[in-house]
Ligand binder design. Structure first.
Ligand code: SAH
Length: 346
């Protein structure tokens, strides 16, 4: 059966036309889906026979909350969703003054292999469908009972490794008859798959591109991010400059501060040098200690930020939310996998 939440309004329209239904029905169906109905029976403005017909041809995805952790400190909520095939993914709902933000996953696992990241430890299982990305927004909004205004594609997975589906998701989530979340309220984070950054530039979207830099020199970056062996730092920066030229959008560089690896003043100087020519912004992230990794958090974050600012580069330090829950993405899924493994061997 076909997953109807992956379909655009136009696609639903033509499917309904083939069933002999008027076009305006498509809009009703589309709106119901994006509101989070779990069956066609809930679509109360459709006739019963039409509901039955739709149920015979299409399925509606409904993820199950496998685990949910709520921070007592700042209201951050972390969801572990179980998908229809039993796989699990995570989303994190954060409350910022500029709006409630959901951090969503784009793949089950990840194959990029970054040394500090929990999501990639067991590799990639599969890509998510557009419906499964939408569901993270729809169902966390319903569960938390608060409106979500911002989305960051910074959860499990590499969004540009699932490019076509992520583009479809963006079109769906942006649609006025659905969730209607503006592109300027969406960020997409990539580890730096250069041809796909160029492909994204071609779309000329108003979203914010975040690039996970983590080191400005290829020697360091290749050690912690295998993607750098395919597209090195200079190739990546060239793509970033092209992206800015094409879209006019400022790029945000993510930089997880790792003790003794990427936190020297020389590295701050090099970042500034490579950003020069476009309005870059550096987001310094206190490294989340991942059990599987020997890398430790840096104690030089403020000094590093000042050094960047001395070159005229704006730097912010990411406020750590959900410190009392496993809020960095990939960790809750790892925990679940470990426990399942433990249970299997009993
Ligand atoms: N694959 C995409 C998006 C998912 S990761 C990307 O690489 O950008 C989201 C962000 O969290 C990335 O910047 C990633 O490098 C960072 N990250 C992963 N593990 C981390 C950790 N242990 N501590 C701090 N940041 C981490």
């Amino acid at each position: 059966m076909k997953d109807i939440k992956c379909m655009t309004l136009e696609e639903i329209s033509s499917a309904l036309r083939e069933m002999g239904e008027p076009a305006f029905r498509a809009k009703q169906v589309f709106t119901w889906l994006h509101r989070g109905v779990t069956s066609f029976d809930e679509m109360s403005n459709l006739s019963k026979p039409l509901r039955a017909k739709l149920a015979g041809e299409f399925l509606i995805t409904v993820p199950r909350v496998a685990r949910c952790q709520r921070s007592q400190l700042d209201g951050t909520v972390k969801y572990l969703w179980e998908l229809a095939d039993g796989n699990c993914i995570e989303s994190v709902l954060m409350r910022y003054h500029h709006g409630n933000t959901i951090c969503i996953s784009s793949q089950v696992g990840c194959r990029m292999g970054c040394a500090f990241c929990a999501s990639t430890v067991a590799g990639r299982v599969r890509d998510l469908a557009a419906s499964e990305m939408l569901d993270q927004v729809i169902f966390s909004q319903l569960d938390a009972g608060i409106p979500i205004s911002n989305i960051v594609l910074m959860g499990i997975g590499e969004p540009l490794d699932n490019f076509d589906t992520v583009m479809r998701f963006l079109e769906l989530v942006n649609h006025p008859d659905g969730l209607n979340i503006g592109m300027r309220h969406i960020s997409l984070s990539t580890c730096g798959i250069v041809p796909m950054i160029d492909a994204l530039a071609e779309r000329n979207l108003q979203l914010t591109l975040s690039v996970s830099l983590h080191a400005p020199d290829s020697q360091t970056r290749s050690q912690i991010m295998p993607v750098n062996r395919a597209y090195d730092v200079d190739t990546l920066f060239a793509a970033c400059h092209r992206y800015f030229k094409k879209t006019g959008r400022r790029i945000s560089f993510e930089y997880a501060m790792i003790d003794g690896v990427n936190d020297s003043d020389a590295q701050a100087d090099l970042i500034a040098k490579k950003i020069r020519g476009m309005p870059g912004h550096v987001n310094l992230i206190p490294l989340n200690d991942v059990v599987e990794s020997p890398l430790k958090p840096s104690r030089r974050i403020d000094a590093f930020a000042r050094r960047l600012e001395s070159h005229g580069i704006t730097a912010t330090v990411r406020r750590s939310l959900g410190g009392d829950i496993d809020a960095s993405c990939g960790q809750l899924r790892r925990k679940e996998m470990e426990e399942k493994k433990g249970a299997d061997t009993l």
